[in-house]
Design a protein around this ligand. Structure first.
Ligand SMILES: Cc1cc2nc3c(=O)[nH]c(=O)nc-3n(C[C@H](O)[C@H](O)[C@H](O)COP(=O)(O)OP(=O)(O)OC[C@H]3O[C@@H](n4cnc5c(N)ncnc54)[C@H](O)[C@@H]3O)c2cc1C
Length: 402
């Protein structure tokens, strides 16, 4: 299928070849002419820079069917188009009773789900399971999320693009959408530097750029932020049993193909309006990483950050005031416009996002109600809303190219 070149038309145009747009293409391509238009390369946005932790995250725990569908999709993709899913538990450490209680409360729908593996273990059990690995003094215990794994995000984006093509979608890279075109309050297509493509449905899955692409139709309450990733060399060898870890706002995990390296993620900062991310890691973040790794990971005597390994997504990520995405064909937007943005843990949840977009395009029943993701749940939030553990970027940080 794909685009009809002679007429420049498709049933569905998807803007953005990130995990959300590509899964939308995979879900729609079997019975629609789908073209994905991507400004850069496949995975040019957050999807190509993510830390590769796949698993259940607290924001998504109230939607167990969506979480379970997504992990099954990762396992099913393992071995296709050069993609590997490394099944690996993910341990989220809690310091206090209160933190433990809030984890257990947040994840309750997944604890209640039959057949879904999730447990809260006191530190003594964690020490038995991973002998000699962690110094858990000062912690209460940890949530052990077995339905999790590690991926290489570039490999993932490539495998999704290949799968979408196999199903008949066309993916055009280096093709930025300049404008979504409407006629009489109905979407009729998009404009690109190569010309207009007509379509009765346009799915705008442009990540942090979705807001500006749809701003003449709807106001999306999102702010842009970054996460900071870096690599750390360690003294010991990290075997296949080493879990993905979270403690005190720092995420770290082994790199399956680099036995003496951790990939570390965290350091979430709001980006000043349309600014560029910092060139080097904020000093506050580095101190946090050092502190957590040196105190918890017994394999590490000294944190040795791999030179040049710092990276973030230069386009930023978008977040909404409640940390949940907008997955909607908004009522006050032109007919035929589907909006996707603000997907946190958007790699982990991308298979679900694809099914949600399909439901919005076709009118089919979604696997979970999409009401919590509708745009009109927001009632004029302040432009500088705060959410989660994302901090304001201190003005001392150098910005610009990095
Ligand atoms: C450093 C970092 C670490 C992260 N770690 C994790 C993790 O470990 N696990 C996890 O689940 N999630 C993680 N995330 C979050 C996750 O990466 C995002 O939620 C997810 O990738 C969002 O996917 P998306 O497809 O919606 O957006 P994106 O991946 O940003 O895709 C949007 C695409 O649209 C394209 N685009 C923009 N404007 C236009 C235009 N005008 N025309 C055409 N194309 C356009 C962009 O080039 C981009 O390719 C992390 C994010 C970052 C930045």
């Amino acid at each position: 299928m794909g685009i009809d070149q002679s007429e420049g038309r498709a049933d569905v145009v998807i803007i953005g070849a990130g995990a959300s747009g590509l899964w939308s293409a995979i879900e729609l391509a079997s019975d629609h002419d789908v073209v994905v238009l991507e400004a850069g390369r496949v995975g040019a946005g957050a999807s190509g820079y993510a830390a590769g932790f796949v698993g259940p995250f607290a924001d998504w725990a109230p939607y167990p069917a969506a979480v379970e569908h997504s992990i099954e999709a990762f396992r099913a993709l393992d071995g296709s188009h050069g993609f590997t899913f490394h099944d690996r538990p993910y341990v989220e450490l809690a310091e206090t009773d209160a933190e433990r209680d809030s984890f257990v409360e947040a994840y309750q729908p997944l604890f209640d789900r039959e057949g879904y593996e999730l447990e809260y273990c006191p530190t003594s059990e964690l020490a038995e399971r991973w002998p000699g690995r962690f110094d858990l003094d000062g912690f209460d215990g940890g949530l052990v999320k077995a339905e999790s794994g590690i991926i290489d995000v570039r490999e993932y984006a490539t495998a999704l693009a290949e799968t979408a093509r196999e199903r008949g979608a066309e993916i055009r890279t280096q093709t930025p959408v300049e404008r979504i075109v409407t006629d009489d309050d109905t979407v009729v297509g998009v404009e690109t530097p190569d010309g207009r493509i007509e379509a009765e449905t346009v799915v705008c899955a442009a990540g942090a750029q979705t807001g500006s692409l749809v701003e003449s139709f709807v106001d999306l309450p999102t702010r842009q932020f970054i996460y900071c990733n870096l690599r750390v060399n360690v003294d010991g060898e990290l075997d296949d049993a080493y879990p993905m870890m979270y403690g005190r706002d720092v995420w770290w995990r082994p790199e399956p193909d680099r036995p003496q390296t951790f990939l570390v993620s965290g350091g979430m900062y709001f980006l000043p309006e349309r600014d560029r991310p910092p060139r080097s890691p904020p000093a506050e973040y580095l101190r946090e990483v050092e502190g957590v790794l040196e105190s918890v990971a017994t394999d590490i005597d000294e944190v040795r950050i791999v030179n040049g390994s710092y990276h973030t997504c230069s386009k930023g990520s978008a977040i909404t005031p409640d940390g949940l995405p907008v997955l909607d064909a908004p009522e006050n937007a032109p007919d035929g416009l589907v909006v996707v943005t603000g997907v946190t843990a958007g790699i982990s949840m991308s298979p679900f996002t694809g099914t949600a977009v399909r439901a919005l395009v076709t009118g089919e029943e979604p696997m979970v109600s999409l009401e919590p993701f509708e745009l009109d749940r927001f009632d004029d939030p302040p432009a500088d809303f705060r959410v989660h553990e994302i901090e304001e970027m201190p003005s001392t940080f150098p910005t610009g190219e990095y």
